[in-house]
Write a protein that binds this ligand. Structure first.
Ligand code: LLP
Length: 419
């Protein structure tokens, strides 16, 4: 459930009319709802209570520092994948002791920064990385807390670009090599083995693949135990899907309960979750204005002011996101056609939605739903388009949490050759 609803004919974010925000801040713009972020985060926390746990919000889903701050105030931990994301957590007042660091290509600089800050854990994705962390920690005379990200070779049954737990994917360490890697880790200087983790993919709409992965990991934990290698936390990654269209992903409480059921015999094992999309996706919309309507022999196009550079998901994954009018029309005032909603970018793949039956008019506003996750964070300046503003609604208050970029900012830092 979220807090984007119609009141009579107007779409509201919490208690604020979307039209008013668009008039004040312009379009396109991302609009978020604080209450929705909080509700989704709390759904996880409430469900997870039955077992010792930590929810580490996946920063990549929506990394605006206002979003991170809202979650930090609720006690959230964070899953990060770069120095930039870690700096954002710090800037947002997040607790670095609740940060786990995932990602396949951690640089020396990133490892040093995270180690000196004192993060909770490095989720190690290769043997080479393990050696690098050990060397850096030993040199700094610090101890690096580590977990091995195991690739369990499980089909997450999601889009191939966001599937991460198959052996052909670049992520994690082959489950068949995991024991050897733990043995190596136990001998290397500067390391303290803390946990084990996996993340098999994103937008999962069934619990079964999570549980299949978990079964394999629990066997590993047992094996490690027998070798005297003690694990204090189990990180089950993120990946829980959201309803974009007709998907019916499990509610966080069902998903968490099923995982907890398998851990009843391990009450002291801290369970870590890394949800991104499940918290952020439906906490945001992208508001865009129709610049032109155009029709050729057999197609109707609504050309809007937001493009693939603002919201890449439809172009990159053929993702379907609901597109709705910001103001509902009285019936029979406009004729409905089958539209492709396309952007201004010079690419055929630049669309926000295809084959949508809508009654549209020039200059009206549309809202792309479920745009709070992997929306702004995947946006770019392609076609020299300034990145758009982000607005947070909190009850009847409106906060501009990121200003629209200016044209000058587009080439700030560039320079001409001397002659
Ligand atoms: N943990 C790790 C290690 C991850 O790689 C990810 C996402 C997450 C947690 C959070 O997953 P979530 O709960 O959000 O599914 N850009 C794509 C999604 C890419 C996800 C990458 N990793 C999209 O727009 O669908």
């Amino acid at each position: 459930m979220d807090y984007f609803n119609y009141r009579s004919e107007h779409l509201y974010a919490e208690d604020v009319n979307i039209n008013d925000i668009a008039t004040r801040y312009g379009t396109p713009c991302y609009i978020y709802s604080r209450a929705t972020f909080e509700r989704h985060y709390n759904a996880f926390v409430d469900a997870a209570k039955a077992h010792k746990n930590l929810v580490c919000y996946a920063v990549k889903a929506n990394s605006n520092i206002a979003v991170l701050n809202i979650l930090a105030k609720l006690g959230s931990g964070f899953d990060i994948v770069s120095q930039g994301e870690l700096s954002r957590v710090v800037a947002a007042g997040g607790d670095v002791n609740k940060v786990v660091f995932s990602g396949v290509a951690k640089t020396k600089q990133e490892i040093t920064y995270a180690l000196e800050l004192g993060i909770k854990c490095f989720n190690v994705e290769s043997i080479a990385e393990l050696h690098r962390i050990s060397e850096i920690a030993a040199e700094l005379e610090l101890i690096a807390p580590i977990s091995i990200r195991v690739n369990p070779d499980i089909d997450a049954k999601t889009h191939p670009y966001i599937s991460t737990g198959l052996k052909e994917n670049k992520f994690g360490i082959d489950i068949n090599q995991a024991i050897e890697v733990y043995k190596t880790a136990s001998k290397l200087p500067g390391l303290s083995i803390q946990g084990i983790d996996f993340h098999i993919g994103s937008q999962l709409t069934e619990v079964t693949p999570f549980l299949a992965a978990l079964d394999k990991i629990l066997l590993l934990i047992e094996e490690l135990n027998q070798l005297g290698i003690k694990i204090t936390h189990l990180d089950v990654g993120g990946g829980l899907g959201v309803p974009y269209q007709e998907e019916e992903p499990p509610h966080p409480s069902l998903y968490v309960d099923k995982i907890n059921d398998k851990l009843a015999h391990l009450p002291n094992l801290e369970l870590i979750f890394e949800p991104g999309r499940a918290i952020a996706a439906n906490a945001g919309i992208l508001v865009t204005k129709i610049e032109y309507l155009k029709q050729n022999q057999d197609k109707h196009f609504a050309i809007v002011d937001a493009g693939m550079n603002d919201l890449l998901r439809p172009s990159l994954y053929q993702a379907w996101q609901n597109i709705i009018p910001v103001t509902l029309k009285a019936e029979n005032t406009a004729k409905s056609y089958n539209y492709d909603i396309v952007g201004p970018v010079c690419e055929t793949g630049d669309f926000l939605g295809k084959d949508r039956d809508l009654a549209l008019s020039q200059n009206e506003l549309l809202a792309v739903r479920s745009a709070g996750a992997y929306g702004f964070t995947m946006s770019s300046n392609y076609n020299s388009r300034p990145r758009i503003c982000e607005i947070m609604v909190d009850g009847n208050q409106v906060h501009e949490i990121r200003q629209r970029e200016t044209i000058e900012q587009l080439y700030q830092g560039e320079c001409l050759l001397p002659c």
